[in-house]
Structures are given as structure tokens and as C-alpha cells.
Design a protein around this ligand. Structure first.
Ligand SMILES: Cc1ncc(C[n+]2csc(CCOP(=O)(O)OP(=O)(O)O)c2C)c(N)n1
Ligand SMILES: [Mg+2]
Length: 325
């Protein structure tokens, strides 16, 4: 039975959104200052989706994400200082600085795969969900991807297999209306990607991805179904990315009114207002959360830059299973 989130949960969602937003802003300003060099696919504007989903997950549930996935990682619990160190190529990073922004893995918090290959995460999500099903450990896998990825064959194969095997899996399509520079309608044959679920005999939920309550309700239904043996669900969460495909992309292919409307619907100030208007926290309490988050961002960044660069000898270590032989 679905239950509305209590104030504690609502503030936990806010804290995650704040962490995503403030880390993102600092990644960008640090890059622009020339202190960090990486391909960075900002998820600013999409923070509400993983924030609302992850409060319903167990620590040992699995996460699969994509190059635009730092919001998913932070929400799931990957420590930001380890993400910062990974992005900065430091030996203390999640993958000893060898993965970089597109290949963060942190099994301790359930973040099993980050992939730069569009559509590649979903079959891996099926594998993780199958392993949990075989072990009977109750773990749920959440596999995230974009609207463009829903046109890749692996999406359709994974949806089919997950449905046939009733895998404990939640497919989360973060529909930001663009795949690189291609607008949704130009490359996608259907208006609602959630409708594709019907072809595979699974429920498809279409939600406002900028509304934490809507995302929470859909995720609650999907996670409960997965955990209780009912099989997979496709959630399509409508959202927008504010910083182009990656930093350096001007986004000039986005019509100005569309961009302005999306920014006006920014989920972060909108949720702040909603929390205050509905008596869950006052502005001072929300400011205090933000201040604590900003101090954490300072510390995470400092940890990364105080850490040693990854040694050249590491380049081939951990790459091949038989390396030590
Ligand atoms: C198999 C594959 N084809 C093409 C690319 C190039 N590419 C990188 S991101 C991207 C767009 C994907 O868009 P979407 O799935 O909507 O995710 P978003 O970037 O919007 O989050 C493309 C085509 C790739 N990385 N992998
Ligand atoms: Mg997209």
C-alpha cells in the first residue's frame, strides 16, 4: 500500500537535491577555473529523480547509471569526496582515478556500473537483477538511462528479458528531451516512452520528473513490485538538463522559449517553496541544510586536491583478471 512520505523523508530528498546541485555547481566552476579537466555531463535540472527514488532504496540495492550520472551516484550514497577524487584523477578515487567521470564504480554503496556507451547499462542491470533473484537476497536494481537510449536495441532486449524472467528491476528513463543535439521527436517514434512498456508486458509509469512526490509515488510502486517478486517496471520521468549535453556545448539548438520554460520549472527552488509552504521546514532550516552541504563540498574538493595523482604504474593494474599471475 502506497504511503505519502513523511517530513523526515521529504527533507532527506531535499538534502540529496541540495548535494547534487551544489556539487554540480562546484564541478563546473572548478573546471572553468582550470583546476579540473574532464568531459562533464551535468545533470543539473534532473536532481529530483534520483533524490526521490533513492530514499526508498536499501544501501545494498544496485544502481546502474550513465555518463550523466553523478546525481544518481550522490543520491545512492557514493561519498562525494571519492567522486571528486575520481574525477580529478587521484589515487583515492572510487576507481583509483582510472575510471574518470564516465566510469565510476563503488560497490560499497551499490553503484555497480557507470557507462559511456548509450544503452549498455540495461543488460548489465538485468544481470545484476538476475544475480539477486538467484541468491534470493531481496536486492532491487535501478537502471538509469536517457530518452535517446530507449531507441537502442539493448533497451528492448532488456525490457523483454526482464519481463520474461520477472527480474527485480526498475528501468528509469530520465527523459530530458534531448539526445546530444537531437530533440526527442526527431529520433523517437512515440510520444511517451513509458508506453513502450506495454510491448513487454510490464507497467509503464509516466511522471513529472521535477516533482519529488510524483517520482516518489512511482518509485514506491515499482520498487515494491520488484522486491516482492512482481517483476520489472519502466518509469519515464520528464525533466530537462540545464547545461547542454556536456560543459562546452552552448545548447543553441534548444529553442529559447523551451529553455526559458524549463529553467522556470527548476525543481530545486520549486521544491524549496513547496516544503516551506506546506510546513515541512522554514527558509532558515533549508538554508542550514544548504550551508552544511556546501561545507561538505568544500571538504570533498579539498580531499581530492590533497590526494596524490594516480601513479603511472597503476595503468595496467586491475585491468586484467590475471594480472597478478
Ligand atoms: C552506442 C552509442 N552510440 C552513440 C553514442 C554517442 N552519444 C553519447 S551521449 C548520446 C546521447 C544519449 O542521449 P540520452 O540517452 O537521451 O541521454 P542524455 O545524454 O540526454 O542524458 C549519444 C548519441 C554513444 N556514447 N554510445
Ligand atoms: Mg536525453
Amino acid at each position: 500500500m502506497n504511503a505519502a512520505p513523511d517530513s523526515r523523508t521529504l527533507l532527506a530528498i531535499y538534502r540529496k537535491m541540495s548535494a547534487i546541485k551544489h556539487n554540480d555547481e562546484r564541478f563546473i566552476s572548478t573546471m572553468l577555473a582550470g583546476r579540473l579537466s574532464m568531459p562533464y555531463y551535468s545533470a543539473r535540472g534532473q536532481e529530483c529523480i534520483p533524490a526521490a527514488i533513492s530514499v526508498l532504496l536499501r544501501d545494498d540495492d544496485y544502481l546502474v547509471t550513465i555518463y550523466r550520472g553523478v546525481h544518481d551516484m550522490i543520491a545512492k550514497g557514493v561519498p562525494p569526496r571519492l567522486i571528486w577524487a575520481e574525477f580529478a584523477g587521484r589515487s583515492t578515487g572510487t576507481c583509483k582515478g582510472k575510471g574518470g567521470p564516465m566510469h565510476v564504480t563503488h560497490p560499497e554503496s551499490g553503484c555497480m556500473v557507470t557507462t559511456g556507451i548509450v544503452g549498455a547499462g540495461m543488460p548489465i542491470g538485468c544481470g545484476l537483477a538476475l544475480s539477486a533473484q538467484l541468491r534470493g537476497d531481496g536486492r532491487v536494481t535501478v537502471t538509469n538511462f536517457g530518452d535517446g537510449a530507449s531507441n537502442i536495441g539493448a533497451f528492448h532486449e532488456s525490457m523483454n528479458l526482464a519481463s520474461v524472467w520477472k527480474l527485480p528491476l526498475v528501468f528509469v528513463c530520465q527523459n530530458n528531451r534531448y539526445a546530444e543535439h537531437t530533440a526527442l521527436a526527431t529520433g523517437t517514434s512515440i510520444e511517451r516512452i513509458a508506453d513502450r512498456a506495454a510491448s513487454y508486458g510490464m507497467p509503464g509509469l509516466h511522471v513529472d520528473g521535477n516533482d519529488p512526490l510524483a517520482v516518489y509515488a512511482a518509485a514506491q510502486e515499482a520498487i515494491e513490485r520488484a522486491r516482492s517478486g512482481g517483476g520489472p517496471t519502466l518509469i519515464e520521468a520528464m525533466t530537462f538538463r540545464f547545461n547542454g549535453h556536456l560543459i562546452g556545448d552552448s545548447g543553441d539548438y534548444i529553442p529559447k522559449p523551451e529553455y526559458a520554460a524549463a529553467v522556470a520549472a527548476d525543481p530545486y527552488p520549486r521544491y524549496r517553496r513547496w516544503l516551506a509552504d506546506n510546513g515541512h521546514a522554514n527558509a532558515g532550516e533549508l538554508d542550514a541544510i544548504d550551508a552544511a552541504i556546501k561545507a561538505e563540498v568544500d571538504a570533498a574538493m579539498q580531499f581530492a586536491f590533497d590526494s596524490p595523482l594516480t601513479d603511472v604504474a597503476e595503468v595496467t593494474r586491475d585491468v586484467f583478471a590475471d594480472h597478478a599471475a
